[in-house]
Design a binder for this molecule. Structure first.
Ligand code: AMP
Length: 114
């Protein structure tokens, strides 16, 4: 299995501010936050990006979103609103080849995104 930086965070080989972890999913604060709340939610298993998902991954995807929603509640942004983002590829600005969901909130955000 490839050892990208998020695999190393999941395995606790490098430090991160982990706010949630179970047998499927790990969530940690983004090192370069773009909003007052910016948490990265990742599958523990190495999946390079969203285009690598298969129908068999449906339960895992559901779990990623459920954890993001639960963390939004814990962070106090559930009622003010939040954005869930998956970047795929160069034009979207994906910089880490390990599927991840950004949970962003705590400020008003513009649309369309830049
Ligand atoms: P993306 O640009 O969608 O691939 O998102 C990757 C995100 O991971 C960026 O927002 C980075 O700031 C964040 N990131 C990279 N390395 C770390 C790290 N060691 N700990 C926490 N967040 C990180």
């Amino acid at each position: 299995m490839e050892e990208d930086i998020f695999c190393q965070i999941v395995a606790r080989k490098i430090p991160a501010d982990i706010v949630f972890q179970d047998d499927q999913v790990t969530a940690f604060r983004d090192i370069n936050p773009q909003a007052p709340v910016h948490i990265v939610v990742v599958p523990n298993r190495h999946i390079p990006d969203v285009s690598d998902l298969t129908p068999a991954d449906a339960p895992l995807l559901g779990r990623l979103f459920a954890v993001a929603n639960e963390l939004a509640r814990r962070e106090g942004i559930a009622s003010s609103g939040y954005r869930l983002v998956i970047n795929h590829g160069r034009d979207a600005g994906q910089s880490v080849a390990h599927l991840h969901l950004h949970l962003l909130g705590g400020r008003a955000m513009a649309w369309p995104p830049g």
